[in-house]
Design a protein around this ligand. Structure first.
Ligand SMILES: NC(=O)c1ccc[n+]([C@@H]2O[C@H](COP(=O)([O-])OP(=O)(O)OC[C@H]3O[C@@H](n4cnc5c(N)ncnc54)[C@H](O)[C@@H]3O)[C@@H](O)[C@H]2O)c1
Ligand SMILES: [Zn+2]
Length: 365
């Protein structure tokens, strides 16, 4: 059975479809949600041979005009250079306003292809086919498109919601194990901020999820999409409430940067969540014991945290203060009340004294 979750964006509603084997039905789904004269599949060179070529064959046998545009896998490709090459390739191939772009891949592919779709001939329809846990539960939901720049990640982009998101847990079987555990950190985050029962389910099913068991994966992907979908539907352009998705990320981003990116995003955010819960406990906002609960739940993911001990607390503080400049003042933190509930302050986040932050970093790194 396919699960359908409606997400609202720019006054339009688009569905996220979650189902095992759904990719095989892609041509029918395209007919329903994004009928177009031509389709351009965008995929990286790791996912392309695994899934995009099969998508092409299936679409062609259903009588559709479709071609593949590929780029080298990895964050290094999320650039204006790749954007410019892809848009030139689409123009050379004769794509027009009646074309639709299909992004098949992880969050890098999703963000890059969405930015191409947002800008190509001033915008063409987009279908997201996320293939990593992270892309299914996070990157493909919410309509953000963009690329990285010398000055930082995701600094040039647009909002360009897709016509439909198609999440088929079958594809997770080939996802490298580090990518599985890293992506699942964001699922734990969804449970931690919004749904204690979901958090408990994730703990109980951690092994199955790491094995990419399709039934467990389908349930978790659907639960996370529903939660993130509710948040972005309420606050599409990041006015306020959407900030709660930043739980663990203020410190997570600083740890990631201070480690010289030897800590993965998932590992850094996992450590960030534990530390931010610790901050909340010190401030008596967060129920005592919450950071321990988070720490033991996340430990089940077997994240590679070795380089955490080498991270220099001073460097973390310095990354936090460079972050401050962009936010006119101090770093802001989303704090939990307890697992499943965030502190409902004005703006959904609050400033925390630097000294306390430093203390927590020194304790836990
Ligand atoms: N738009 C948003 O709201 C949003 C939210 C969160 C993250 N992001 C972005 O998402 C990106 C990270 O996403 P990601 O972790 O998926 O990275 P990614 O796209 O680089 O994928 C990770 C690796 O796994 C491979 N891969 C993906 N699916 C696979 C599969 N099924 N089988 C085998 N290999 C597979 C990819 O080729 C890549 O090498 C970052 O750029 C981040 O900024 C965006
Ligand atoms: Zn994240």
């Amino acid at each position: 059975m396919t699960i359908k979750i409606d997400i609202s964006a720019s006054g339009q509603i688009y569905p996220a479809l979650i189902g095992v084997g759904l990719l095989k039905q892609l041509p029918v789904i395209l007919d329903e949600y994004a009928p177009a004269y031509r389709y351009a599949v965008i995929s990286d060179d790791q996912v392309g041979p695994l899934y995009a070529t099969a998508v092409l064959e299936r679409c062609r046998s259903a009588g559709k005009k479709v071609d593949l545009h590929s780029f080298p896998a990895g964050e290094v490709s999320k650039t204006r250079k790749s954007w410019s090459k892809l848009t030139d390739d689409l123009l050379d191939a004769g794509h027009g306003r009646d074309s639709c772009i299909i992004a098949v891949g992880g969050g890098v592919t999703g963000d890059l292809a969405a930015f191409v779709a947002a800008t190509f001939l001033r915008g063409v329809p987009l279908i997201q086919v996320p293939t990593s846990y992270l892309a299914m539960i996070d990157a493909a939901i919410g309509g953000k498109a963009g690329v990285d720049t010398r000055a930082g990640k995701n600094l040039v982009g647009a909002f360009h919601p897709p016509k439909c998101v198609i999440a088929d847990p079958d594809v997770l079987s080939t996802l490298p194990s580090d990518e599985r555990s890293g992506g699942l950190v964001e699922a734990f985050k969804h449970g931690a901020i919004l749904d204690a029962a979901y958090y408990d389910d994730l703990r109980a099913d951690t092994e199955l999820l790491l094995d990419a068991d399709p039934v467990a994966a389908k349930a978790a992907v659907a639960a996370s999409i529903r939660l993130k979908g509710q948040v972005v539907t309420q606050d599409e352009l990041e006015g306020g409430y959407r900030q709660i998705l930043n739980f663990g990320h203020t410190l997570g981003h600083a740890l990631e940067a201070a480690s010289g990116y030897s800590l993965s995003h998932g590992a850094a955010v996992a450590a960030g969540m534990v530390m931010e819960a610790e901050l909340g406990e010190h401030l008596r906002v967060t129920e005592s014991g919450t950071s321990k609960t988070l720490s033991s739940g996340l430990a089940g993911l077997g994240l590679r945290l070795e380089s955490l001990s080498q991270v220099d607390p001073e460097a973390v503080m310095s990354f936090l203060s460079s972050d401050k400049k962009r936010r006119s003042g101090r770093s802001r933190y989303v704090l939990l009340r307890r697992i499943g509930e965030v502190e409902n302050t004005e703006g959904w986040s609050r400033e925390v004294p630097d000294l306390l932050v430093q203390e927590v970093i020194e304790d836990l790194s």
